[in-house]
Design a binder for this molecule. Structure first.
Ligand code: 13P
Ligand code: SF4
Length: 299
């Protein structure tokens, strides 16, 4: 039996739900029950009722699934698949920063560890960040860890959130020159960008959206060519779901090594041996779910 059939048989035998982020390897996306952005995946994890979830993405996403579905077993097929940005603000640092801003609301991007989430008031994803920040109107807000996402929201909403100095090393590589070059070479294309890119870059694109937002934008657009300024994994769904349209990656280096870590072999072994389970300390579980639930109540 080939590995794909082996995975399908194990998945059926274990009655497992496979969730995948839009950036993971295409062959993994093809095997998933559901592929989506961070917000969609967290909602799916909460509502699915699956006893066994195999999360193909990075660690903070699998942790979020566990927080929202504490009775389920959540597996991360490659335990090294981690988001470097999520390591840029640890729980103890956030605790210390809170004492400097005692009257501020702390808002965290979901790209944080469960330990950091346990220290903040509310979470957001790139798909609902504006809505979440709008809900905090009139309050002093500290936003972490992504200075780019936070800066993009400040720019759009005219807010003055204090920003943690973290970023996504993948999206932070995008430069205004790349976007100017794309505009010149493809004047008829729509340029879509992820809000983890710098403010001076999003200003040069036609739309700054989460990965699910980009899929919707393309589907609804009358344009036929799109320059895509986000991680290359999204191109799989963009092409598959829009066969008549053309997609040009902004730059070949926009690849997240962590999002590529889960292989077919990892997925097979996770199902076969029930590895690698997400286990969080009870006090972290109790506190980290609160800011996520607050976010979901607004979504
Ligand atoms: P979205 O899919 O929610 O836009 O998130 C991008 C991301 O940071 C995944 O690592
Ligand atoms: Fe983290 Fe960026 Fe990779 Fe997403 S693309 S997992 S934010 S490093």
């Amino acid at each position: 039996m080939g590995i794909i059939d082996e995975i399908k048989a194990l998945k059926a035998e274990k009655n497992a739900l496979i969730l995948a982020h839009n950036y993971v390897r295409p062959e993994i996306q093809e095997l998933a029950d559901f592929t989506g952005d961070s917000l969609e995946l967290s909602m799916k994890a909460r509502s699915s009722g699956a006893k066994l979830m195999v999360f193909c993405g990075v660690r903070f996403m699998a942790e979020t699934a566990k927080l929202l579905s504490p009775e389920s077993t959540v597996l991360l097929p490659n335990p090294d698949a981690d988001c470097p940005m999520a390591r840029m603000a640890d729980g103890e640092q956030v605790k210390a920063w809170r004492s400097e801003f005692p009257d501020a609301v702390f808002a965290a991007y979901v790209n944080t560890t469960a330990g950091t989430k346990a220290q903040v008031d509310i979470c957001c994803t790139s798909g609902n960040a504006e809505k979440v920040v709008r809900s905090l109107e009139g309050k002093k807000v500290v936003f972490l860890p992504d200075r780019n996402l936070g800066g993009n929201i400040n720019n759009k909403l005219g807010t003055e959130m204090a920003l943690w100095n973290g970023c996504c090393p993948v999206h932070d590589q995008v430069t205004p020159e790349m976007l100017k070059g794309a505009r010149e070479f493809f004047p008829d294309a729509a340029i879509i960008i992820h809000p983890e890119c710098k403010v001076e870059c999003t200003a040069l694109a036609d739309a700054a959206l989460s990965t699910a937002g980009m899929l919707k934008f393309v589907k609804d657009s009358h344009k036929s060519t799109f320059v895509v300024a986000t991680e290359s994994g999204l191109l799989h769904r963009l092409k598959k779901e829009n066969p008549g349209k053309r997609f040009i990656p902004l730059a070949p280096e926009i690849i997240c090594p962590d999002m590529k870590k889960i292989t077919l072999e990892d997925l097979r072994d996770a199902l076969k041996f029930n590895q690698h389970e997400i286990i969080l300390p009870p006090e972290v579980m109790e506190n980290a779910v609160k800011p996520i639930e607050k976010m979901l109540a607004l979504s």
